[in-house]
Design a protein around this ligand. Sequence first.
Ligand code: NAD
Length: 469
Amino acid sequence: MNTPTELYIDGKWTPAKSGGTFEVEDPATGQVLVSVADGGVADAEDAIRAAASAQPEWGRTAPRARSEILRRAYEMILERTEELASLMTAEMGKPLVEARGEVAYGAEFFRWFAEEAVRIGGDHTTTGDGSNRIVVTKEPVGPCVLVTPWNFPLAMGTRKIGPAVAAGCTMVFKPAEQTPLTALALGQILDEAGLPPGVLNIVTTTDPGAVVGHWLAGGIARKLSFTGSTEVGKLLLAQAATNVMRTSMELGGNAPFIVCADADVDRAVAGAMVAKLRNMGEACTAANRFYVHHTIAAEFARKLADAMAAATLGPLIDDAGRSKVQRLVTDAVSRGAQAITGGVTPAGPGYFYPPTVLVEVDRGSELLRTEIFGPVAAILTFDDDDAALAAANDTEWGLVGYLFTQDIDRAMRFSELLEVGMVGLNTGLVSNPAAPFGGVKQSGLGREGGRVGIDEFLEYKYLAIPRQI
Ligand code: NAD
């Protein structure tokens, strides 16, 4: 696969107007892989203009035509699994086996939304007094701004592009500066799959504030779909408010992982391996705080440390990401935590950090209030369910919570009382294209995937018709 390195605007590959480029680095070696176009405001303007002029015709395209483009792109992604997986490993650092997993997961959003495109539907009812018919239709919201993070370079793109294409929206897409190549490869696939010019436009840039700010201020885009940190999400929400845009915000997390006294400890350890080590812990869904019943805490910690120490991990994304993880571990240790495995930044090239398990973690430690985004498990103990629930909910975030118990009543009570958008019950993985993914509190607004995912890209229109019978 010959990965493009230029901007994709109105169906054409084009250099940045300034002629500028920026380097993409391999986090395993610190070496430069390639340079890509560094788009600016002038390119952003071309992109949104292309999206605006493509919108009317694209919005009228037959649902089956949109569906079949997505279906073809799904097949093409799977055919190119090895190339896409290698690209992600090169620019993001995840091990090849995880990158292949992301290709399958990311492609599935296109298959899912190919199936949703032809089932958008509507509603037909009558007013309560019988005087009017109510006909409800759904229309594409209009040109969308898509902004994605670096941690799942393919899946975060397909999770937004899939429903936008299915709904009949055009797009301007700004991927993370650390991982532009996978996004450009995705643009190439959609182009080959028959997506018309202007429907998807991709601007890579080192100045996201200027490019995205231009789109949000311009008044043409009608919707913002953002995945990234809560901090940047709040900034963009404020900007989107200027033009009263629709927004979907998938923001940060601080997931609790609760292991009750009656849990199957081996199953909990297996779940923790996924919830903690998937993507080296660089996931919004990563278990950030472990609360384990005091009667099984020592056994759980020992087994988890053994399993984590034997795991194969890739590097963290960059020097800043790794320094943050080390700073959080150092803070916890200075407050009395013990690292029973890991805890020290290794020498050598690349941004590797060892799997780390901390016990005796003080409740004032900063890593309980910050997304660690690294392979560090901080274990605390609890004595009764209410204490575990109070600790789990003591955060401004609410994306996901993990619960390990074999007691159905306890499982239902915790699921209802955890302040989160998703609960993993005896599992460490909740992400699936068929499920409504999203959070409450400061973890975001809206849902991606599932039956409701396409609604984020549709407006309801209601037609009132008097009944004269
Ligand atoms: P980030 O917020 O730094 O960046 C996300 C995107 O926003 C990138 O494309 C970046 O270029 C862009 N951006 C940064 N500053 C901007 C600005 N001023 N204006 C416009 N755009 C700007 O996040 P990140 O470091 O790339 O990703 C990690 C974060 O993403 C974590 O907080 C993680 O929890 C979150 N995340 C959430 C989900 C979810 O579904 N809830 C999924 C994956 C990642």
